[in-house]
Design a protein around this ligand. Structure first.
Ligand SMILES: Nc1ncnc2c1ncn2[C@@H]1O[C@H](COP(=O)(O)OP(=O)(O)OP(=O)(O)O)[C@@H](O)[C@H]1O
Ligand SMILES: [Mg+2]
Length: 443
């Protein structure tokens, strides 16, 4: 972590001496002989520490300190006093200075104090990261039997040493959020925070403040300086879900973070430096939202350094059975039931459904079946009617059904759905009772 110091000291020789000594210790140092100039530097760049002489032209060290505290700028202040005058030292400490040194000063003592501030800052940063990390669910398992999912996992494995941004695309429920976690927890950043935000659920203002934080007084209600997710995720990964819903303004701001590794808090004048890896997801067709101007093309090119497109579940049916078993095992634990598996008929229904809600829908179906099932294996009776009806929509090349067969199958399912009430079934199907009877009799 770079630690930046600004020194305001009007004595030329002392200033040069200080700058050199601190630079030698590995700090990034900027110096000025003028208090007003120091303030300008603090306002336009992000410093961690100000070392200021109490007596200076322009602004005094005390005035600088007052301004910093009043605006809640997050940098510490060490005051240099020329005369060891207890009065001004007490005043400075009361006003919130971190410490003071007296002139002529002991350089080692100053370096020790600066080192302490740097260590504290580092610790604070690690604490924030640690807290975010502690709250995370780090247990992520993924089921992948199909060739397409295995290809995706191989791709992810191949980039575990890379920091490249990733764009995940795919229909709702295919596992984009899950894959984002897997990418993070298999990467070099796994010990650092993984934070996520859904860009579709907040207004533009709120999203801006969530992402980039704000300075005190940036808008009504901004009573305290607040760190945004981009800052908290520093050294880790930030997952931007439904990125296509982000306002173009914010997309531009995000692009700057990706390109330059820095951003401004809302209402802020000083850039904040960060090192964040971005993973974004969308369930929309990227080409069309770019064409509609809803997703900035330049951001797209920065995000899709790696684009991973997750196919819908119906296009990777090899995953269905292992997912059924996985979700059964997952949800049986909390149900106090003893269900060991699925009947062949139930699996047949599950295998042939089209899953518009993808894996999420499959999980819901299994969870519901566990609740409804009275036996010790899941049977078609515990599966939703709608998915049983869907079965007939699937065409198997080696067993094409005739229209008559289809009609019969469909009609009997609808009949079953309405508890064998023929009038009701006929009404729903838009045919007469006689026609229904004929269809059902067909050989
Ligand atoms: N391959 C998989 N193995 C195990 N669980 C999975 C798999 N894919 C998805 N899931 C689970 O299915 C649910 C839906 O997945 P997820 O939330 O990642 O989908 P999504 O693509 O992000 O959906 P949305 O577009 O609606 O945000 C989650 O509970 C997830 O853990
Ligand atoms: Mg998701």
């Amino acid at each position: 972590m770079a630690f930046k110091i600004v020194i305001a000291e009007d004595e030329d020789i002392t200033l040069k001496h200080l700058v050199k000594a601190l630079q030698k210790d590995g700090y990034l140092v900027d110096g000025t002989q003028n208090g007003a100039d120091a303030l300008q530097k603090i306002e336009s760049d992000h410093f961690d520490l100000l070392i200021a002489d109490i007596k200076m032209p322009g602004l005094t060290g005390i005035q600088l300190l007052e301004t910093i505290k009043e605006r809640q700028l997050d940098l510490e202040v060490i005051i240099i006093t020329g005369y060891g005058s207890i009065g001004s030292v007490v005043d400075a400490m009361k006003k919130g200075a971190y410490d003071y040194v007296t002139k002529p000063f002991d350089l080692d003592e100053l370096l020790l104090k600066v080192g302490k501030i740097r260590d504290q800052k580092l610790l604070k940063k690690e604490n924030v990261a640690l807290k975010a990390y502690a709250g995370m669910d780090k247990k992520v398992s993924i089921i992948a039997k199909s060739a397409s999912m295995n290809n995706i996992l191989a791709t992810i494995d191949g980039m575990k040493d890379s920091d490249c941004n990733v764009l995940l695309t795919g229909e709702t429920g295919v596992g984009k959020s899950l894959l984002a976690k897997i990418i993070h927890f298999t990467s070099r950043r796994q010990g650092m925070p993984f934070l996520s935000i859904n860009c579709a659920t907040l207004t533009e203002e709120l999203l801006a403040s969530e992402l980039f934080g704000h300075e005190k007084g940036a808008f009504t209600g901004a009573i305290k300086t607040k760190q945004g997710l981009v800052e908290i995720a520093d050294t880790g990964t930030l997952f931007l879900d439904e990125i296509a819903e982000m306002a173009p303004n914010l997309q531009a701001k995000l692009l700057k973070v990706i390109e330059e590794g820095e951003f401004y808090r809302v209402g802020g004048t000083r850039p904040v430096k960060v090192d964040v890896r971005f993973i974004a997801a969308t369930n929309q067709n990227v080409r069309s939202i770019i064409a509609e101007g809803r997703f900035r093309e330049d951001l797209y090119y920065r995000m899709n350094i790696m684009e991973i497109s997750i196919p819908p579940l119906r296009d990777r049916r090899d995953d269905i059975m292992p997912l059924c078993t996985y979700f059964l095992e997952k949800h049986i634990l909390s149900s106090r039931k003893k269900i060991s598996g699925f009947t062949k008929e139930a699996l047949d229904v599950l295998m042939h459904y089209s899953y518009p809600g993808n894996v999420r829908e499959l999980e819901n179906i299994v969870e519901r079946a566990i609740i409804l099932e009275k036996g010790d294996v899941i049977s078609p009776a515990s599966l939703p009617q709608t998915i049983k009806m869907f079965q007939i929509e699937t065409i198997e090349p080696d067993r094409v059904k005739t229209i008559e067969e289809l009609n019969k199958e469909y009609a009997s399912k609808v009949l079953e759905m309405f508890g064998d009430n023929k009038s009701k079934a006929a009404e729903v199907l838009g045919i007469s009772r006689t026609s229904l009877w004929r269809i059902l009799k067909e050989e």
